[in-house]
Each structure stands twice: as structure tokens, then as C-alpha cells.
Design a protein around this ligand. Structure first.
Ligand SMILES: Nc1nc2c([nH]c(=O)n2[C@H]2C[C@H](O)[C@@H](COP(=O)(O)OP(=O)(O)OP(=O)(O)O)O2)c(=O)[nH]1
Length: 171
């Protein structure tokens, strides 16, 4: 019902605008880092892909070894830590396998229901020291450019394969 003070000569008050529907209201993406492990950073010809053992949805699928960046870490620090934890070796980090459509070269991993809000940065990296598979992985395999699709990758990694293939000298 209209009150006395809201006479027909005065337009109804305009509702206060709500929060702007921009990205500032969305949580910042969580960053994952991965290593495309190669023997030669300058002229790589094969990459060491690893087969995950968990969680259930990822069990048996292939990936770049790595993991989530922890608060206070730079992405490169996180990559050194993750590779040391997962494979027991050190790495020299080379060039990024960058997403050309993203300012920081990261890839959106949020395909399907499992990786909401995750983005991943991937670098070529040369391992040194002995590589030992831990509980995170079932297997590891060196793949040439022509062999990249011989394994089933995590869904979010499939978009990265053309950039990896080119880095390995494939078409
Ligand atoms: N490490 C890695 N994770 C990937 C790749 N592709 C992809 O979609 N992911 C997803 C799987 C996971 O949801 C997430 C990484 O989580 P993670 O379990 O490896 O990370 P983390 O070692 O820090 O483990 P946690 O502390 O969360 O248990 O990113 C990839 O190539 N490498």
C-alpha cells in the first residue's frame, strides 16, 4: 500500500544497487604448479608423465607431477617443494609451458566437477638426483611428442598437450 508521503508526483525510490556482478566477489583461483620433466631443457625430446594414484576420480590418470601452491610460497618455490616431496629429486626450472590466452600463462583446470577454482602453471624442468615414486603415483613413463596421447591425462591437462607437443619438437 502506498503511504501519504509517496504521492504520485514522486517516483518510487530506486532500489539500492546490489554488489557489482564482477570478479571481485569471486574467490581467487587456487594455483597448482606442475613440472614437465625433461632431460634437456634446451632441446627436449621426451617428458616424464606420472600416473596418479588418488583421489578416486584421478586414480590411473596421467599428469604433470606437482601440486598446490601453499600460502606464502612463490609458484616456483612450490614446484621445487612438490617435486622433492613426490619424486625425491631436485629440479632446474626452464621455460614455462604457457597458455597464450592467459596473462600469467596459467591453465584453467576446472573441467568437470573436481577442480573448481583451480588454475595450473607448468614449466619445463630438468630433474637431478634419483627419482623415486612415492604414494602419490602408480607409474611414470617418458613420452615423446608422438606418444603423448598414448596415456589418459587428467581432463584439465588435455588442453596443454599441443603446447607440450611443440616444446618436444612435435607438430
Ligand atoms: N599435480 C597436478 N595436479 C593436477 C594436474 N592436472 C589437474 O587437473 N590437477 C589437479 C588435480 C588436483 O585436483 C589438483 C592438484 O592437487 P594435488 O593433490 O596434486 O595437490 P597437493 O599435492 O598439494 O595435494 P593436497 O595437499 O591437496 O592433498 O590439481 C597436473 O597435471 N598435476
Amino acid at each position: 500500500m502506498t503511504s501519504e508521503s509517496e504521492s504520485a508526483s514522486h517516483p518510487a525510490p530506486v532500489a539500492e544497487p546490489g554488489p557489482a556482478p564482477d570478479s571481485s566477489t569471486e574467490p581467487a583461483p587456487r594455483l597448482v604448479v606442475g613440472a614437465a620433466l625433461v632431460a634437456d631443457l634446451t632441446n627436449p625430446s621426451g617428458v616424464l608423465a606420472t600416473q596418479r594414484s588418488y583421489p578416486e576420480w584421478a586414480d590411473g590418470l596421467w599428469e604433470f607431477p606437482g601440486g598446490k601452491v601453499e600460502p606464502g610460497e612463490t609458484p616456483r618455490e612450490a614446484l621445487h617443494r612438490e617435486i622433492s616431496e613426490e619424486l625425491g629429486c631436485g629440479i632446474d626450472i626452464g621455460r614455462q609451458l604457457a597458455n597464450p590466452d592467459s596473462p600469467d600463462g596459467s591453465w584453467d583446470l576446472s573441467s568437470g566437477e573436481h577442480n573448481t577454482g583451480l588454475r595450473m602453471m607448468v614449466w619445463l624442468a630438468r630433474p637431478f638426483g634419483e627419482i623415486t615414486l612415492g604414494p602419490a603415483h602408480r607409474d611414470a613413463r617418458v613420452l615423446t611428442a608422438a606418444e603423448l596421447e598414448s596415456v589418459e591425462w587428467l581432463p584439465g591437462d588435455v588442453q596443454i598437450l599441443p603446447v607440450l607437443r611443440a616444446a618436444l619438437g612435435g607438430r
